[in-house]
Every structure is written in structure tokens, then in C-alpha cells.
Design a protein around this ligand. Structure first.
Ligand code: FEO
Length: 170
């Protein structure tokens, strides 16, 4: 069993992960619209992984015999000036998610819920990877994005990202 405070913050995190999926999907639509189909695919894959992140929390709450409460998802429909700005927004967003996960970890420690604290390690590690991966994409767009030929090749490379179903065990 998890207490009310822990249950509440985990449900909020589900909402943020699903919100992330929505944001990545909006980015994917924008990128497809400007012809960057590879980067559109990359963000769509990320959107699917965010749903997996939400589902890992969802299953954990149910496993601990607590109530899942799904809240409305609200995002701002942002305008982007190009792929560099999309990367910058992704990085900014992922840093916000990292802070949010940090708060979950702190709360579980305060509440002496060490099982949930241990569970949250998966998310702490995932955030390191997510921040690092978008920074690499950002560097590449900054280095090669201004030439049409290299932009084409970079977009092609991003289109090769494969979706792998994210689980707590993976
Ligand atoms: Fe699930 Fe991108 O944080």
C-alpha cells in the first residue's frame, strides 16, 4: 500500500508523462509539415515511449492497491522556428520532467516509502538518457542543419530510430 501523498504525486506524474507524449506528437506533426519526416518519426517514437512511461506508473499504482486518477491533459500549442528550436524546447521540457521526478524521489523518502523510492530510480536513470539524447540531436542540427544536403542526411538518420517498448525491466 502507498499513502495518499505518494499516490497523488504518482498520479500527477502519469499526467506529466502523457502530457509529454502529447507534446512530442504535436512536434511530430509540425516537423512532418515542414518536410523533416525523419525527425518527425523520432519525436513520434518518443511520444510512444512517454506513453510507456505513464503505463509503468499506472501499473505500479495498481500493483500497490491504490487508485489511478487520470487528470485532463493540457498543453500549449507552440509555434517553432525550425528543428533547433524544437530540440531546445524538448531539452527544456525534459529538464522540467527531471525536476518533477526528483520531487517524487524526495517525497517518497520523506514518507519513508522506500519501495517507491527504489521504483523511481528507473525514471531518474531514464531522464539522464533522455536529456543526453536530445542534446546530441541538438548539436547535430547546430553543426549540420544549415546545409541542405547534410540536413537531409541528418533527418534520414533520425528516421532510423526504432521504437522499443519500455518496461520497468528494460
Ligand atoms: Fe518520460 Fe521524457 O520523460
Amino acid at each position: 500500500m502507498i499513502n495518499d501523498k505518494v499516490r497523488e504525486i504518482l498520479n500527477e506524474q502519469i499526467n506529466k508523462e502523457l502530457g509529454s507524449a502529447y507534446i512530442y506528437l504535436a512536434m511530430s506533426a509540425y516537423l512532418a509539415d515542414i518536410g523533416l519526416y525523419g525527425f518527425a518519426h523520432w519525436t513520434e517514437v518518443q511520444s510512444r515511449e512517454e506513453i510507456d512511461h505513464a503505463m509503468i506508473l499506472y501499473k505500479y499504482i495498481l500493483d500497490r492497491k491504490a487508485k489511478v486518477v487520470l487528470k485532463p491533459i493540457q498543453i500549449d500549442n507552440e509555434e517553432y522556428s525550425g528543428p533547433v528550436e524544437v530540440c531546445e524546447k524538448i531539452y527544456e521540457h525534459e529538464r522540467m520532467i527531471t525536476s518533477s521526478i526528483d520531487c517524487v524521489a524526495y517525497l517518497t523518502e520523506d514518507e519513508c516509502d522506500l519501495a517507491t523510492r527504489n521504483f523511481i530510480d528507473w525514471y531518474l536513470n531514464e531522464q539522464i538518457e533522455e536529456e543526453s539524447s536530445v542534446l546530441k540531436v541538438l548539436s547535430k542540427f547546430k553543426a549540420f542543419g544549415s546545409e541542405k544536403a547534410s540536413l537531409y542526411l541528418l533527418d534520414k538518420e533520425l528516421g532510423e530510430r526504432e521504437y522499443s517498448h519500455q518496461t520497468y525491466e528494460s
